[in-house]
Design a protein around this ligand. Structure first.
Ligand code: ACO
Length: 326
């Protein structure tokens, strides 16, 4: 089978209109704008309305991505949705999205926490590289507001809702030059949603113990994140046959400005080479890297030939990085 170069043909993102600021959160839990901003860099986040699910945000982002690629839903060969907040266990959010778009291709979901988009891009890229498919829609979509414990100040201030979408296709020049994926299931307990699955099905007890919400050991996740951001970035750059100096733009997972700054320091890369928009959106998990890529593109930070390093980490624990030549 042929090995083809795979690149980005189109990109889209969508955030729900409702803005929730740190000051709004001061009215819900015992916190302050000052604490949230100095510890995380976040000022506000977007929150979906109660009747909005992940497929709704994903649909909006996908339409923009399809338009930018000059494709129609009928042109799609596969849909992959990376999410930890699917509309429901089944059917897959990718199938719900396929129906909303009016596409006819296969689709499936992928769960890799905040590394989800990079995992999904790497999976989609295989189908194109080996010649099986031509046009693949990869979505990172999350409505984290639905699984946040709004009584837990240590987590509810961190997350937001968004979707981002990327159309992958064969390209003649540039494209993805490397992928690095990693997982450490032993660290899974550091960041989990304990109940609602086959281990702890929904019951009065699980609900009264608030086990259907995100639980996180923030300090340990922080240490893990700083380490893997550096290691995965270096590995992906090396695999691409490049050096740190060749990278024009770093697009890190947007979880915490202190994690991004620590990674920049450890890599000895100027901080302004790292794109940051977490101040406006918080941590949007699978959507985060794609939302940053989309905004960086529209802010003119990406040109033809730009070499971009995307890197993420998240629940699993997982991590992923890739080098993309635009
Ligand atoms: N407002 C005010 N005080 C708070 C808040 C809040 N919102 N949250 C916690 N505190 C308090 C704590 O209770 C603690 O008080 P104490 O010292 O009296 O016990 C104090 O602030 C310090 O708490 P720490 O947890 O030590 O604060 P830290 O500096 O570690 O920052 C944070 C916490 C922001 C969560 C940080 O650890 C972090 O960003 N970790 C990484 C999280 C992350 O990236 N998660 C996403 C992973 S990706 C995915 O897949 C979803």
């Amino acid at each position: 089978m042929p090995i083809r170069k795979v690149g980005v043909r189109g990109i889209g993102a969508y955030t729900p209109p409702k803005v929730v600021t740190n000051f709004d959160l001061e009215k819900i839990v015992e916190t302050s704008d000052e604490w949230i901003f100095t510890r995380t860099g976040i000022r506000e986040r977007r929150i979906a309305e109660p009747d909005m699910a992940t497929s709704d945000l994903s649909y909006m982002a996908s339409k923009i991505a399809l338009d930018s690629a000059n494709l129609t839903p009928g042109d799609l060969d596969l849909i992959i949705v990376a999410t930890v907040t699917p509309d429901m266990f089944f059917p897959a959010t990718a199938c719900i999205l396929q129906d909303k778009l009016g596409a006819t291709c296969p689709g499936f979901d992928l769960s890799a926490g905040c590394s989800g988009l990079i995992y999904a891009l790497s999976v989609g890229a295989q189908f194109i590289a080996n010649g099986m498919y031509d046009n693949i829609l990869v979505v990172g979509g999350e409505t984290l507001s639905k699984i946040i414990d709004w009584q837990d100040r240590s987590t509810c201030v961190l997350f937001g809702d968004a979707a981002s979408a990327v159309i992958l296709g064969p390209v003649d020049t540039g494209g993805f030059r490397s992928f690095v994926l990693g997982a450490d299931g032993g660290g899974g307990k550091l960041l989990e949603l304990p109940a609602g699955g086959s281990r702890l099905p929904a019951s009065y007890e699980t609900i009264s113990q608030r086990l259907h919400f995100i639980k996180m050991n923030g300090r340990d996740v922080f240490k893990f994140a700083v380490r893997v951001m550096e290691e995965a970035s270096l590995e992906a750059i090396d695999k691409a046959g490049l050096t740190l100096k060749d990278i024009d733009l770093f697009i890190p997972h947007q979880a915490n400005i202190r994690i991004i700054e620590s990674a920049a320091e450890r890599l000895n890369v100027p901080k302004d080479k790292f794109f940051v928009n977490l101040d406006r959106y918080g941590n949007t998990s699978s959507a985060s890297v794609g939302l940053a890529l989309y905004e960086a593109f529209w802010e003119g930070k990406i040109q033809k030939g730009s070499k971009i390093l995307m890197v993420g980490f998240g629940a699993g624990l997982t991590w992923g990085a890739c080098v993309l030549e635009w």
